[in-house]
Ligand binder design. Structure first.
Ligand SMILES: *[C@@H]1O[C@H](CO)[C@@H](O)[C@H](O)[C@H]1NC(C)=O
Length: 402
């Protein structure tokens, strides 16, 4: 009798662990870049409510310090990363200016808004100009000092880089930063990031490295992969390859222990007709693959969860450049998904009412929104029926033994 009770307990324990594992492996939190270059975008408060109630998106990054957005995300438990405009960087090397910047843009909203990072500019090394590049690390140091002087210790200062900082990335073991930037800017920056326990931010875009023969490798689809001849590690997708190349660049400078955050990545769903690889199917394959991937590290960083921000939240009809540039969004401005990327909550939704549609004007719709339903969920979570059956068996055993 005693042993059977014991085995019943261990069975229940086993099932409980299975259930927990099931939850851990199916709920992927993810970040998004919330760009605002559209004349039809919903008000920030509606965006905050939508993300909180309907999605697994638990962190946003914005490209400025828009106070309306910062306020809208107060008390939501969604993390907010803000960006210092590139042009402000040289003046922020002055501590009084930096303190004023903090008391204008952070202090009034802290801690109701959960600031995560302050990104000092965006891809400064890539785009310049030189005087901003020269002032980048000093501005980061001064802003950090200003935060501490304001009593704010949990907001980290960093800056995102394009992968133009890499001189080579293939194979990943050859990854190294461009000469000049490596010891001139990146080494002191990594030293600062290490001292302040802040992450190194990069914007990896397999999309920009797409080639027809590499499509599956770019899109997290089945493919033969490649072996790095130096490390003997196997790579089955370009995301891992790019991140490990960045990691090797950091290792070469002696900073392999600094965390990496993917501040931007994505795939457009619509583009100029000659861009055959730009369509909702490929965008869903990339971003969906990404959402499933980010919790599991890379071949050279198997223990790390790579904090990742998809670009972007909405299609932005006023973004300068190509049609593709305007169509990186996961959602249309009326909150309908452009495709299913695994960011919608599929469980019982607390508020079943349809979302308000502030902007009824038609959007270019490459494909009707995929309905999110229980059938889809079953396909996505093949474990679920098994877990449910096991729980029923356990309950039955408990009932019959009592
Ligand atoms: C956030 O919550 C606090 C405490 O309940 C409240 O005082 C504050 O006004 C709220 N902030 C916003 C912007 O809603």
């Amino acid at each position: 009798m005693k042993t059977s009770k014991k085995s019943l307990y261990s069975l229940s324990y086993f099932l409980l662990s299975l259930l927990l594992l099931h939850r851990i492996t199916t709920v992927h939190s993810i970040g998004v870049n919330y760009g605002t270059l559209g004349n039809n975008l919903p008000p920030p408060a509606q965006v905050a409510r939508f993300l909180k109630e309907k999605t697994n998106i638990d962190r946003i990054k914005i490209f400025d310090v828009n106070h309306d957005i910062i306020t809208a995300f107060a008390n939501t438990s969604i993390f907010v990363t803000v960006t210092v405009p590139n042009g402000d960087i040289p003046s922020l090397t002055d501590i009084r200016t930096a303190r004023r910047w903090v008391s204008t843009n952070i202090k009034p909203f802290y801690p109701a808004t959960k600031f995560r990072y302050i990104a000092v500019g965006n891809e400064i090394l890539h785009w310049g100009p030189q005087n901003v590049i020269d002032n980048l690390v000093p501005a980061m140091q001064t802003l950090h000092k200003a935060l501490i002087m304001s009593g704010i210790r949990d907001v980290k200062v960093t800056t995102p880089h394009s992968l133009g900082i890499l001189e080579s990335s293939n194979p990943p073991s050859s990854g190294k930063f461009r000469p000049g930037w490596d010891v001139g800017v990146l080494k002191p920056m990594l030293q600062f990031l290490q001292e302040t326990k802040s992450p190194f931010m990069v914007n990896p875009y397999p999309y920009f490295a797409w080639a027809p023969q590499q499509e599956d490798f770019c899109l997290f689809r089945n493919n033969p992969g490649m072996i790095d001849p130096v490390t003997n590690k196997k790579y089955t997708n370009m995301w891992d390859q790019l991140l490990d190349a960045v990691y090797m660049g950091m290792v070469r400078l002696g900073y392999g222990n600094v965390e990496i955050v993917a501040a931007e990545t994505g795939w457009p769903s619509l583009g100029e007709p000659f861009l055959k690889h730009v369509n909702p199917t490929n965008a869903a394959a990339y971003n969906g693959g990404l959402v499933r991937r980010v919790d599991f590290g890379t071949p050279l960083m198997p223990k790390r969860k790579i904090e990742t921000y998809i670009f972007g939240l909405f299609n932005e009809n006023e973004k300068p450049g190509s049609i593709a540039e305007q169509n990186f969004g996961l959602f249309r401005p009326d909150f309908t998904p452009v495709y299913e990327a695994g960011v919608l909550r599929t469980g019982p939704v607390p508020n079943p009412q349809p979302q308000p549609k502030p902007n009824p004007q038609p959007q270019p719709t490459p494909k009707p929104a995929t309905p999110v339903g229980s059938a889809k969920e079953l396909i996505a979570n093949p474990f679920r029926p098994v877990v449910l059956v096991l729980i029923q068996i356990a309950l039955g055993l408990m009932r019959s033994s009592s």
